[in-house]
Design a protein around this ligand. Structure first.
Ligand code: SIN
Ligand code: CO
Length: 382
């Protein structure tokens, strides 16, 4: 993608300008970001997905005149478990629809001017008149694309982040909207993290949300330390604490300072290996979503040849990224350099590689591709 090129999706500004002026800073409303946009799944298809074990679905029902006024349930939901369509004020939200539908995945890919390491998923919500999840804020950035019907968004910077007590959802206690927009199909609203918003369906409505991953320090540190520890063990074997000069103690409960030093050194050594840290990060970021299972397929010996003839495309659920020294795919890392690295990076960026380019790979790299094909991570282009 040429990030300096103006995009209708961003209201005629370039991704470069968007990232500089709006990303994580302020909202952007784009009327007709996707002109003539029609839902990529109809209501029945969305309800089918809501019944699927592999999709994460939530339902929020407003109960007028009752306390706490909101009911919240986790799916899956069979069609008969959904309230009637003529009942106002309910919504279902289906997470990760990009993992299930190619066209939804393609739509999400239009937002790949943001690194894949940040892109999370595309959620689709369906609501009957008046439905919504209440005024709230999210900890991540979001693009809200109106897909069907209208939704009235009220948004605000909101200083007071107190939540309503005793409700099963995070709902702001004192929402103070500063702006209001009614979105029509094809309109897009970008909101930075912690920007308060409340979207209320005007008639039956479907909204697509492209959401982002925000790694959290504690979680990242835990993941990386665990991976570093595993790698350190693999590489140097288990090295054991030794204390031949430990004197006899009269305070046996005291931890020997030397033990702390040993622990500190172990951590420092692990952290000093910057390649191992980079590997851990790439493996973590490309780990498939918990509900993703790839079906392995048997690949005939000639498959390398097929891949060279047809070219390849990544499965929509495959996560592939790279850094200076490695290529990462679905939680695994590979060292790459030279022409192989250039071609593998092109595959990660474009998610396809032509047969001509596949033919330029080394035998080893082609063998890797064949094994990824056998694992169901990619396939020969149709
Ligand atoms: C929606 O109801 O589609 C959007 C939920 C949200 O505001 O995050
Ligand atoms: Co939200």
């Amino acid at each position: 993608m040429d990030v300096t090129q103006a995009l209708p999706l961003l209201g005629g500004i370039s991704p470069q300008v968007f990232m500089k002026r709006y990303w994580q800073k302020k909202p952007l409303l784009v009327r007709q970001a996707v002109p003539g946009f029609k839902p990529l799944l109809d209501r029945a298809q969305l309800f089918d997905l809501a019944a699927n074990e592999d999709a994460q679905t939530r339902m929020v029902i407003q109960v007028p005149g009752s306390q706490p006024g909101w009911r919240f349930k986790h799916g899956p939901f069979q069609r008969r478990a959904l309230p009637p369509l003529k009942q106002p004020g309910w919504t279902i939200l289906v997470q990760g629809v990009d993992l299930h539908h190619d066209r939804v995945h393609d739509l999400m890919n239009q937002f790949r001017f943001v690194p894949d390491a940040r892109l999370d998923d595309l959620m689709i919500s369906f609501a009957t008149d008046g439905g919504g999840v209440g005024p709230h804020y999210d900890s991540y950035d979001v693009f809200l694309l109106q897909a069907q019907g209208q939704r009235r968004w009220r948004i605000g910077r909101q200083k007071d982040l107190n939540l309503q007590p005793d409700v099963p959802l995070k709902i702001l206690a004192n929402f103070e909207p500063e702006a209001e927009y009614v979105l029509e199909p094809g309109d897009l609203l970008y909101l930075p993290p912690r920007y308060a918003h409340d979207g209320i369906a005007v008639g039956e409505c479907m909204t697509y949300s492209v959401g982002f991953r925000i790694p959290n320090r504690a979680e990242l540190a835990r993941e990386l330390l665990q991976r570093l520890a595993e790698e350190a063990e693999d590489e140097v074997g288990v090295s054991l604490y030794r204390d031949p000069d430990q004197p006899a103690v009269d305070q046996p409960a005291e931890i020997p300072p030397r033990m702390l030093e040993f622990a500190q050194n172990a951590l420092q050594d692990a952290l000093q290996d910057s390649r191992a840290l980079a590997r851990g990060l790439g493996e973590y970021l490309t780990e498939p979503k918990p509900n993703v299972w790839f079906e392995a397929r048997s690949v005939p010996a000639s498959d390398g040849q097929t891949l060279k003839t047809c070219g390849i495309q990544l499965d929509r659920r495959t996560r592939m990224m790279f850094d200076v020294h490695h290529v990462f795919i679905n939680g695994e890392s590979f060292s790459a350099s030279g022409r192989d690295a250039t071609l593998m990076r092109a595959l990660a960026n474009d998610r396809v590689l032509s047969g001509r380019d596949v033919a330029k790979l080394s035998t080893q790299a082609l063998e890797l591709l064949t094994s990824w094909c056998a694992a169901g991570w990619l396939e020969a282009k149709a």
